[in-house]
Design a protein around this ligand. Structure first.
Ligand code: IMP
Ligand code: MG
Length: 192
């Protein structure tokens, strides 16, 4: 229990509570909770318009996309299905090789479905490029990509819905991790 929640009985009166207060060794906030919320709501509205009359299947890439996908799904006013895939990039931890290993495949067949891949951040874009061609081979009716973040210099940037473009700083929070930490921060911070 922190002081803010004791003050007025609300767990997060001003939307600024940091669940990781005790390990708040990250850098400055890059995207605040309200700023992310506004943008994700806007993306959901756009997807609702674009897919009206259809029932898109959201495919989240674990683990990073789980927070974004949860908020994005609730900002879409259409019936949506959800599935998840976990992939890991071969090669060293810091540089994407573009060859990915499937750790968890989709539960459902996507043939004939309107699929939207949901990704946390497009860095080089190689992971996404690989997943995209993998899913395209399964004959979906359509395939688009929604990413919360995209680096301005991403090599692969064939992305239909982008939340924010960022530079090359490493960021954490809102699903994004550094060594599996910080995923539960409600905002996005640079690692500092
Ligand atoms: P790509 O294949 O180079 O586009 O790598 C994308 C993946 O790298 C993302 O799904 C993240 O898991 C990870 N990643 C890249 N940049 C960051 C970052 O700044 N913070 C946390 N994870 C990152
Ligand atoms: Mg990832």
């Amino acid at each position: 229990m922190n002081e803010r929640s004791e003050a007025d009985g609300s767990p997060d009166p001003d939307g600024s509570a940091d669940p990781a207060d005790e390990i708040a060794d990250h850098g400055p906030t890059l995207l605040s909770q309200p700023k992310i919320a506004d943008r994700v709501y806007e993306m959901g509205r756009q997807i609702t318009e674009d897919y009206r009359g259809r029932e898109p299947l959201l495919v989240g890439l674990l683990k990073g996309a789980f927070v974004f996908m949860s908020d994005l799904a609730r900002a879409i006013s259409l019936p949506v299905d959800m599935d998840f895939m976990a992939v890991s990039s071969y090669g060293d931890a810091t540089e994407s090789s573009g060859v990915v290993r499937i750790l968890k495949d989709l539960d459902e067949d996507i043939a004939g479905r309107d699929v939207i891949i949901v990704e946390d951040i497009i860095d080089s874009g190689l992971t996404l490029q690989y997943v995209r061609s993998l899913l395209l081979a399964r004959a979906p009716a359509s395939l688009s990509v929604a990413a919360l973040l995209k680096r301005a210099d991403a090599a692969f940037d064939d992305v239909d819905y982008v939340g924010f473009e960022i530079g090359d700083e490493f960021v954490v929070g809102y699903g994004l991790d550094a060594g599996q930490r910080y995923r539960n921060l409600p905002f996005i911070a640079s690692l500092g």
